[in-house]
Write a protein that binds this ligand. Structure first.
Ligand SMILES: [Zn+2]
Length: 339
């Protein structure tokens, strides 16, 4: 098989690797599409602080071309989502048998090789079969939906609870839609009106621009109580202190994303308000549940399906996206077609 790997920041090289099935519970998958989003570009530029060489690509879908004789849920031609996150198997929690509580989950493209390749041999346990009603492009978002479900579960917001969601990128937008699905009341916040408008078109009712009127806006929507839950999504460019201003006393604040930037906050504000502060990193993916949400059309992914590109010049694609990120401090996801 062919892989594209980062040798160092901004240097991508092709490499041939052997690709035969080594155990009966493995399957060989032809990679069809890979999501190129923030983590991939951060790995490319060196901002993610990963160890090189590394094959990028956190989320991908493909088709099984060969299944080992011990495989029970996939066979030749099964369309699958590839789970990019797996427990390490070596930490104290894993050794106790609590793999969902793994302390150093292995994340594709970050601390293990990812999916930017033509074929992969994977354990069947890391493959999630896709029903026909879920399109390839939507299926690429299974991992992010799983992360957002994890956040919603940690919030455990009762019906009608106001939740401030800071950052209207992919995670914030999808989370706001899922909170509505779970009957909470999200207030989506960003400095970028285009992103807020995209979320509004997906049915997110309350969107607020992060400006000098923000606190007054949240106060008005919540009848002066402020938000009982508050989620700060990684890399949104807004102050990580914002949740402490927007949260109601005794509220819950969650910092969420597949990775975190270095952050400093004024803890006194959180202590004075007796806030509960925690982090969610989506490290025990519930792909089957996420795929079920796609089947039920619980989220509208239209804003994230616009950019599709072929794999003819992968180094040029990464270079162009990195340049855009440097210029605008934002990047939009691209769907890379590998076939
Ligand atoms: Zn572990």
């Amino acid at each position: 098989m062919k892989v594209w790997k980062l040798l160092s920041p901004k240097v991508i090289a092709e490499e041939e690797r052997p690709d035969s099935i080594a155990s009966p519970t493995q399957a060989k998958v032809k990679i069809a599409k890979v999501l190129i989003a923030y983590p991939e570009i951060r790995a490319y530029t060196g901002a993610a602080g990963i160890r090189y060489p590394r094959v990028p690509g956190m989320y991908a879908i493909g088709v099984v071309v060969e299944a080992g004789e011990g495989c029970v849920k996939v066979e030749k031609n099964t369309r699958v989502f590839l789970d990019g996150v797996a427990p390490c198997g070596e930490c104290a929690e894993c050794k106790k048998g609590n793999k969902d509580g793994c302390l150093s989950p292995q994340i594709a493209g970050i601390n293990k090789d990812g999916f930017l390749r033509d074929f992969i041999v994977a354990e069947e346990a890391d493959l999630s079969p896709l029903p026909p009603s879920v399109s390839d492009d939507c299926a690429l978002y299974t991992g992010l939906i799983s992360l957002c479900e994890d956040i919603a579960g940690t919030l455990d917001a009762a019906k009608g609870t106001h939740v401030a969601v800071i950052g209207a990128g992919e995670t914030g937008n999808i989370l706001a839609q899922l909170l509505i699905y779970h009957q909470a009341v999200p207030i989506l916040i960003d400095s970028d009106e285009e992103r807020l408008a995209a979320a509004a078109a997906c049915g997110v009712y309350y969107t607020l621009k992060a400006d000098e009127n923000l606190l007054a806006g949240v106060s008005e929507i919540t009848g002066g109580r402020m938000a009982e839950g508050c989620v700060y999504t990684s890399f949104n460019g807004l102050s990580p202190d914002l949740p402490f201003d927007l949260a109601a006393p005794c509220g819950k604040v969650i910092y969420a994303g597949m990775e975190f930037a270095e952050m400093s906050v004024h803890l006194k504000k959180a202590l004075d308000k007796k806030l509960t502060v925690t982090g969610v990193t989506g490290d025990c993916p519930q792909s089957a549940a996420a795929i079920n949400l796609l089947v039920n059309k619980a989220v509208d992914l239209a804003p994230f399906l616009a950019e599709e590109t072929d794999a003819s010049d992968i180094p040029a694609l990464f270079a162009a996206k990195a340049a855009l990120l440097e210029k605008e401090n934002r990047t939009r996801p691209s769907i890379l077609n590998m076939i």
